[in-house]
Design a protein around this ligand. Structure first.
Ligand SMILES: *[C@@H]1O[C@H](CO)[C@@H](O)[C@H](O)[C@H]1NC(C)=O
Ligand SMILES: *[C@@H]1O[C@H](CO)[C@@H](O)[C@H](O)[C@H]1NC(C)=O
Length: 329
């Protein structure tokens, strides 16, 4: 029942979300896929899922978990496009995927594509999938196609808009500023865009037969200015880092110095106290000895006194001892 509902969900939004239909990517490589949507979906949550429409498993969403492993999602409401970047692609990643716009209390809108990851030469590939040019300048995009696409139409399209496609070799469809050149020997489609305008910034497709490969063209105001500003920023960053490192080093040195000084002072005080205590101990023992000496002197004196007493009383010590014998004394 839920599967059936799911089928209906995707069928409903067939035209409000647009993306490439088929693409091939070299194993180990990466690709960024643009998913275009209608104006009214700007505030909506977008997600990327894998599988056939009956069982599509969500991988990344714009509201949570925008990165999962080698997959990431970014929404650009201003351009009405969300992009999904797949990195480190393996053959097992081949399959059907969906660009989906979530619709609360309604049917989600989505568009599917087929991704093929190959270890051989991809049927259609682009040398640089991101190119940058300046206003008034020109850019060239090089798209390689395989042998079996020789007889197929080679096209250059504004991403997600099939009516914008220019077909190589056909007269009248080429715009003034855009030139398509096909070299059959090399299997190479070269697209050159001259007199670039700011509005040329965006996603495009190189297309051959039913295959497409996304390319992003970024048109900036001027080169020298932007390069200077990045250099300055970079320089400032390095400068800031140097200051931080120096401050940290000096703080550590200061801390070490303080610790060393405090320890030295404490050690000194400890030594002093120990010496004082030892001296104090020595003087106490000296006093004790003196006291004992005095005491023994007293005893000696007492003995002398006793002797004197016994002498004066005419009784000798021996006689006294005899008298006291038997415990009667
Ligand atoms: C195609 O490329 C080859 C090799 O670079 C070159 O020799 C040949 O002239 C090119 N053909 C055309 C029609 O431009
Ligand atoms: C285009 O290039 C400029 C300057 O390099 C950069 O700041 C900007 O983020 C780029 N825009 C896109 C969409 O890549």
């Amino acid at each position: 029942m839920s599967s059936l509902i799911f089928i209906l969900l995707f069928i409903s939004g067939a035209d409000s979300v647009r993306t490439v239909s088929r693409l091939t990517v070299l194993a180990g490589g990466s690709v960024t896929i643009p998913c275009h949507y209608d104006e009214q979906y700007k505030p909506h949550v977008k997600y990327w899922c894998k599988g056939i429409w009956i069982s599509c498993t969500s991988i990344v969403r714009t509201d949570s978990a925008q990165r999962k492993g080698d997959v990431s999602i970014t929404d650009d409401p201003a351009q009405k496009v969300f992009t999904v970047t797949l990195s480190n692609l393996q053959e097992g990643d081949s399959g059907q995927y969906w660009c989906v716009v979530e619709i609360n209390n309604g049917q989600d809108a989505g568009e599917n594509l087929y991704l093929k990851v190959t270890t051989g030469t991809p049927d259609l590939s682009v040398v640089n999938n991101r190119v940058t040019g300046v206003v008034g300048g020109s850019v060239s995009v090089f798209c390689h196609y395989g042998n079996h696409l020789w007889g197929k139409e080679k096209m250059w399209c504004r991403s997600g808009d099939l009516s914008s496609c220019l077909i190589a070799g056909s007269s009248g469809t080429s715009q003034d500023r855009v030139h398509l050149d096909v070299n059959k020997t090399q299997g190479l489609l070269t697209v050159t865009v001259r007199e670039l305008e700011k509005k040329d910034t965006g996603w495009y497709w190189c297309a051959a037969g039913d295959l497409q490969i996304p390319v992003h063209i970024n048109v900036t105001e001027e080169t020298s200015g932007s390069i200077d500003s990045t250099t300055t920023q970079h320089g400032k960053l390095i400068f800031d880092n140097t200051i931080i490192v120096l401050v940290v080093i000096f703080s550590l040195l200061f801390l070490l110095g303080t610790v060393a000084m405090v320890s030295w002072k404490l050690w000194n005080r400890h030594k002093k106290t120990q010496t004082e205590r030892r001296e104090a101990n020595q003087s106490t023992s000296i006093k004790d000895t003196e006291y004992e000496v005095t005491y023994s002197t007293v005893v000696v004196k007492q003995e002398e006194i006793l002797n004197n007493i016994s002498k004066t009383s005419g009784v000798s010590g021996e006689e006294q001892g005899d008298r006291c014998g038997g415990g009667q004394c």
